[in-house]
Write a new protein. Structure first.
Length: 442
């Protein structure tokens, strides 16, 4: 039932009593049973526990106590987010059987909004590089991307309407592109990371997956709000993401098409698709060259990522390196050798890089760029190249991938929009406008 309707229609049907939360959960469970043997999006799923949550929510509504905007809506949760009622094993045998004592802030806020925590979705090993078991729903011989593999695949396959993940390099935007769903990475510090596996304080973001921009805004909004348990958050007024997303732009949006210094890594079909998109947009888009300093972004990101990862995962490396993948061990070992001066210099460049974009965002509503080099690569031994995500993760800017293109093999290719740090509502409004513009041309 949830899969045949839009999320807005399902929420309205729940509110009006046309369906129950149990109906919606059972519909999702039937979809999972039919499809997941080929996709393997779930690390933990207890159907009866999902039904019990739904039953309790139906009772609350019957007693005049609906929970909130996601009342009765199933959500998939990446298996690095602590859940007090389910295991959180972080994609590694080193954490097998781990049972947290409390929910992370993001999950707690989802429950407060009435969501059914459907289960835990597959992550790569410790949310880094080594792939998990999940396969791409459009072609099981291809990667779904990572590290939020299961969350992207579960939404793409219609197993759940919403899911949450994370991004420390390309772990939300890239799998959203490969799986053909909306993936949204908010501004750094907008959603609390307390109780989420820490890799890099400087780079870690919470991300969301949905079927539309409006749906992404809805789930993101319920998770926002100051949390003193996340050192990178500060008290501020809550962003009105849902309303801003629905608003009409005061003027027709202008997009800055940035090929980035890494355009040569985009596949031929991606380059051709973006040329066609630029022609379609006409005067609404102009090609803009990013400042030359952006050429150094991958090195800056790597210095920060690997150094902070080496500290965050030191216990796992020291106690169980023989159970970790060779690539993860190599990343940790590189991080142990990053000179302090290189690390400090890299962190200090972040505000300067953001300043370098002020002129772009003064003239344009968003930057238009690929979400990934192309279609999901064949094979399951890699999660793909995150190069078109790296800069925006480093800068902490909001970014969203929209499933607006197809490659030469018919696989999804995401269009990425990037906004000014802190201006998430404007980015989401522009993303909705672009989605509707493209739909109208079809």
């Amino acid at each position: 039932m949830a899969n045949a309707s839009t999320l807005a229609e399902t929420i309205a049907a729940l509110r009006d009593g046309a369906v129950t939360a149990q109906d919606v959960v059972n519909s999702c469970l039937a979809r999972i049973e039919a499809l997941d043997s080929a996709i393997e999006a779930w690390a933990f799923l207890d159907p009866e526990h999902a039904r019990n949550q739904a039953r309790a929510l139906d009772e609350a509504r019957a007693n005049g106590r609906p929970r909130g905007p996601l009342h009765g809506i199933p959500v998939g949760v990446k298996d690095i987010f602590d859940t007090e009622d389910m295991p959180t094993e972080d994609g590694t045998v080193l954490h097998a059987g781990r049972r947290p004592h409390q929910d992370c802030t993001a999950v707690a806020r989802l429950r407060q909004a009435g969501a059914v925590i459907m289960g835990k979705t597959v992550t790569t090993e410790l949310a880094v590089f080594h792939p998990g078991k999940t396969r791409n729903p459009h072609d099981p011989g291809r990667t779904p991307g990572g590290s939020s593999s299961g969350s992207a695949a579960a939404v793409a396959a219609g197993m759940v309407p919403l899911a949450i993940g994370s991004q420390t390099n390309g772990s939300t935007i890239r799998p959203a592109s490969f799986c053909g769903v909306v993936g949204y990475k908010p501004t750094h510090g907008l959603i609390s990371r307390r109780g989420v596996l820490p890799l890099s304080r400087t780079l870690d973001h919470v991300g969301v997956f949905a079927g539309s921009v409006a749906d992404a805004a809805l789930i993101a909004e319920v998770m926002t709000g100051y949390d003193p348990g996340d050192a990178d958050m500060r008290p501020q007024a809550l962003p009105d993401l849902v309303r801003l997303t629905a608003d009409e732009p005061p003027l027709p949006p202008k997009l800055a098409f940035a090929k980035t210094p890494f355009w040569d890594q985009a596949k031929d079909d991606t380059q051709a698709a973006f040329a066609e998109l630029a022609d379609m947009l006409g005067d609404s888009v102009a090609e803009v060259e990013l400042p030359s300093v952006f050429e150094h972004v991958p090195d800056l990101h790597r210095s920060i990522h690997d150094a902070e990862l080496a500290v965050s995962l030191a216990p796992e490396y020291e106690k169980g390196r023989d159970r970790l993948s060779a690539r993860l061990c190599g990343t940790i070992e590189h991080g142990q050798e990053v000179p302090a001066a290189d690390y400090i210099r890299a962190v200090a460049r972040i505000p300067l890089l953001n300043l370098a974009l002020d002129d772009v965002f003064a003239r344009y509503d968003a930057i238009l760029t690929p979400a990934a080099p192309g279609e999901a690569p064949r094979g399951l031994d890699s999660t793909g190249n995150p190069i078109f995500c790296t800069a925006w993760t480093l800068l902490g800017t909001p970014a969203i991938s929209l499933p607006l293109m197809r490659g030469e093999n018919g696989m999804p290719i995401g269009v990425q929009l990037v906004g000014l740090r802190g201006n998430d509502g404007r980015l989401l409004r522009t993303a909705r406008w672009l989605s509707e513009f493209i739909a109208a041309q079809s």
